[in-house]
Structures are given as structure tokens and as C-alpha cells.
Design a protein around this ligand. Structure first.
Ligand SMILES: O=C(O)CCC(=O)C(=O)O
Ligand SMILES: [Fe+2]
Length: 207
């Protein structure tokens, strides 16, 4: 029995005020390569539109948003609509739900063409998600560094998101911590990230 691997698997990488579990690589190499190629070719990738200091910015990073229903979702002050799950996404969703023992009804996909594209500090605490939520993040393609920064203490912690890996952010993580995918000149290959989320329905929304 490999005690180190067993015990290091579900360790919370945040020191306080939230739970972030790195499940490591959950997709075999062949599967990961096949899924990356298929998603790159078949997802209707579109540039993201974000509001930054009151200005509308069109990103080089591409996005797509999938879900159970025709969900509307506000992200960075822009309304998005979900498209129905594809076969490949349902395969990944089932795996993620099995690993995390959670259920998800939507997924935001991000395509970073190289290390020159990233995502700035933010937390995923929009009212459609709730402040206390679980987000499961699957990484395909190039391995990239991922960082957390506490909103008050400014403590930071980082880890590498390997190809085929799964990261779970849960509890009060989004309330207390920001996260970011820093840009880097060292990475020349593309990466696809999938964040599985649970959108709270209009009726069960509390605020
Ligand atoms: O690309 C990543 O690893 C993270 C993406 C992210 O934080 C988001 O979509 O909210
Ligand atoms: Fe995020």
C-alpha cells in the first residue's frame, strides 16, 4: 500500500477559509489526448466578452458554455446562454461526478491558445452559483500554474494543473479566496479547461 499517495490525494491545499482538493490525474493519456482533439475541433469556441473598469474587452481566450437547460448566467457583467451537453462532455461530467460525489448542471469551457493567455484574479461567487458552491475543474493539454490569493490576508498559494487532472474548489473558497491562471512566456501549447458548476434555479435563489 502506498501510504503517501493515499494520504496526499485529498489534502486541502488551502491553509484556512475554504477547501481546494487536487485529485491529480483522473484521465488516462490516450483518453486525454482524444478528448482534447475532439473538443478543440467540435466546440463552438467564441471569444469572451468581459467588462474591465467599465470597458468591454474581447478576449483572445475562447469560451463555450454547456448546461442541462437553456440557462442564463451572468459572468463578468455579461449574460451568457448554455448549449446542450455533447457526448464527450457527458463522459467527462460523469467521471467528475463519480470522483467528487457531487452533481453539476453546467460547465464553462476555456481555451487558452498558449501561455500568453490566462485569467486574472477573480472568484466564482455570482448569485447564480451562490457564495458557497462546488466547482470541479478539469484540465486538458498544456500543464499550467494555478494560484489562489486570500481576499483579506493576501496570502497566496499555487499548484500545477497537470494534463488530465481534476481540481475541486468547495465550501467557502469563493467567498474568501480569489484564483487566477497566470500568463507565462514558457508555455507555447494550448490548454482547455472545463469548470463544472451548479447553477441555482430562479426559484431556489436566496438573493
Ligand atoms: O482555466 C482555469 O484553470 C480556471 C478557469 C476559471 O477560473 C474560470 O473559468 O472561472
Ligand atoms: Fe474561476
Amino acid at each position: 500500500m502506498d501510504l503517501f499517495n493515499e494520504s496526499s490525494r485529498d489534502v486541502n491545499i488551502l491553509p484556512y477559509d475554504g477547501i481546494v482538493l487536487y485529485h491529480g490525474v483522473v484521465l488516462g493519456q490516450q483518453k486525454e489526448i482524444a478528448l482534447f482533439d475532439t473538443l478543440l475541433k467540435t466546440v463552438p469556441w467564441k471569444s469572451d466578452e468581459v467588462m474591465l473598469f467599465g470597458k468591454r474587452i474581447i478576449t483572445k481566450r475562447k469560451v463555450a458554455w454547456y448546461g442541462d437547460q437553456d440557462y442564463r448566467y451572468t459572468y463578468s457583467n455579461m449574460e451568457k446562454r448554455a448549449i446542450p451537453w455533447s457526448k464527450e462532455l457527458l463522459v467527462i461530467k460523469n467521471l467528475v461526478e463519480h470522483e467528487t460525489k457531487e452533481r453539476f448542471n453546467s460547465c464553462l469551457l476555456n481555451l487558452y491558445h498558449d501561455g500568453g493567455e490566462g485569467m486574472g484574479w477573480h472568484s466564482d461567487d455570482e448569485k447564480e452559483l451562490g457564495e458557497v458552491n462546488t466547482i470541479a475543474s478539469v484540465s486538458l493539454g498544456a500543464a499550467r500554474k494555478f494560484s489562489f490569493k486570500h481576499k483579506k490576508t493576501k496570502d497566496t498559494t499555487s499548484l500545477m494543473l497537470e494534463r488530465g487532472s481534476l481540481l475541486e474548489m468547495k465550501g467557502s473558497t469563493q467567498r474568501h479566496w480569489l484564483h487566477a491562471l497566470p500568463k507565462t512566456k514558457k508555455i507555447l501549447n494550448p490548454r482547455i479547461n472545463l469548470t463544472f458548476r451548479t447553477i441555482i434555479s430562479e426559484r431556489s435563489r436566496t438573493k
